[in-house]
Write a protein that binds this ligand. Structure first.
Ligand SMILES: Nc1ncnc2c1ncn2[C@@H]1O[C@H](COP(=O)(O)OP(=O)(O)OP(=O)(O)O)[C@@H](O)[C@H]1O
Ligand SMILES: [Mg+2]
Length: 280
C-alpha cells in the first residue's frame, strides 16, 4: 500500500538578489497511515523548507520547486488545483507550530481564535456548523489535549496560560478539523525539558488514540527516540540516512548521523563526543 504522504525527489532553491541557493537536493520520504515518522537534522538542513513545501506554504518566488512530487493520499499536491489544495491544508493535513507566543494572537481569547480556525476550515470544506456547535467542538478538543477546565481555558487570553498550556492549545488547534496527518515542527522547543517531555508524550498519545499519521520535525534526536518509529536524517538538504529508530540509534551508518547521536546530552555525564561512536 502506498504511503499517506510521499515526498519524491524534491528539490527546492531560493533566488535572492539574483543568487540561486539550492536548499533541498532530491529529498524523498514516506509517511504511511498511522505511522510516527521523524525528520531530523541540524539547523539550516532544510527541515522547515520540506515542511513548507508539503503544506504549500513556500512563497514562490523567492522559492522554486525545481523537481519532485508530493503525493498525499495518491494525489500530487504540486499539480493539484489551488482550490483543492487549500481544502487539505488545516483540515486533513494539519500543523503544530513551535512557538506559542508568536502563533497565538494576544488580543483574542483562545475560544475566539479556535472558533475562527474552525469556521475557515468548515468553509473550505463546504460544511455548515452553528456557532454553538463550533463552541462545543472547541471545548471538546481542549478536553482532548487534557485541559482540566476546558471552559475556563477557552475564555482565557494567551497571556493567562502557562507555556505548556499554550503549546497544548496549539495542538488542540491542529486537531480541530479532525486531520489524518499532523506535521509538528519542533514542538515544545520553547519550553523547559520537563514540560516538553509532557507535550511530546501527549502528542504521541493523541496520535495513537486517534489513528493519525505524525511527521515530527526536530533537530533533537532525544525527541526522535521518544516519538518516532522510523527516522530520516537530513544534512544540507540531503537525506543521508533512514531507518527504524532503534536501528539508527544502535548502528548508525552515516558519519553525520553518528555525530548527531554523539551530541545527544546524557544525564549520566557529558556527551559521547570523542567516544568510539564518532571515531568508528
Ligand atoms: N525564505 C528564504 N529565502 C532564502 N533562503 C531561505 C529561506 N528560507 C529558508 N532558506 C534557507 O534554506 C535552508 C534551510 O532552511 P530551513 O528553515 O529549512 O532549515 P531547518 O532545518 O528548518 O533549520 P532549523 O532547525 O533552524 O529550523 C537554510 O540555508 C536557509 O537559509
Ligand atoms: Mg526549521
Amino acid at each position: 500500500m502506498s504511503a499517506l504522504l510521499s515526498v519524491r525527489n524534491l528539490s527546492v532553491e531560493f533566488s535572492t538578489y539574483g543568487q540561486v541557493n539550492k536548499v533541498l537536493h532530491g529529498v524523498s520520504l514516506d509517511v504511511p497511515e498511522r505511522s510516527q515518522i521523524a525528520l531530523v537534522g541540524e539547523s539550516g538542513s532544510g527541515k522547515s523548507v520540506t515542511m513548507k513545501a508539503i503544506m504549500g506554504l513556500l512563497r514562490q518566488p523567492p522559492a522554486t520547486i525545481s523537481s519532485g512530487e508530493i503525493f498525499y493520499d495518491g494525489r500530487d499536491l504540486l499539480t493539484l488545483a489551488p482550490r483543492e489544495r487549500l481544502k487539505l491544508r488545516g483540515t486533513e493535513m494539519s500543523m503544530v507550530f513551535q512557538d506559542p507566543m508568536s502563533s497565538l494572537n494576544p488580543v483574542f481569547t483562545i475560544a475566539d481564535q479556535m472558533r475562527t480556525i474552525l469556521k475557515y476550515a468548515d468553509r473550505r470544506l463546504g460544511r455548515a456548523r452553528s456557532r454553538a456547535a463550533r463552541m462545543q467542538r472547541v471545548h471538546e478538543v481542549l478536553a482532548q489535549v487534557r485541559m482540566r477546565d476546558p471552559e475556563r481555558v477557552a475564555k482565557s487570553y494567551p497571556i493567562m496560560l502557562s507555556g505548556g498550556m499554550r503549546q497544548r492549545v496549539l495542538i488542540a488547534m491542529a486537531l480541530l478539523s479532525e486531520p489524518r496527518l499532523l506535521i509538528a515542527d519542533e514542538p515544545g522547543t520553547a519550553l523547559d525539558v520537563t514540560t516538553q517531555a509532557q507535550i511530546l508524550k501527549l502528542l504521541k498519545d493523541l496520535v495513537e488514540e486517534r489513528g493519525l499519521a505524525l511527521l515530527m520535525i526536530t533537530h533533537n534526536l532525544g525527541v526522535v527516540r521518544e516519538t518516532s518509529s522510523y527516522v530520516y536524517v537530513m544534512n544540507k538538504g540531503v537525506v543521508v540516512e533512514e531507518g527504524a529508530t532503534a536501528q539508527i540509534f544502535d548502528a548508525p551508518k552515516d558519519d553525520y548521523t553518528k555525530a548527531l547521536i554523539a551530541a545527544v546530552p546524557r544525564l549520566t555525564g557529558g556527551t559521547r563526543f570523542g567516544s568510539k561512536v564518532v571515531a568508528a
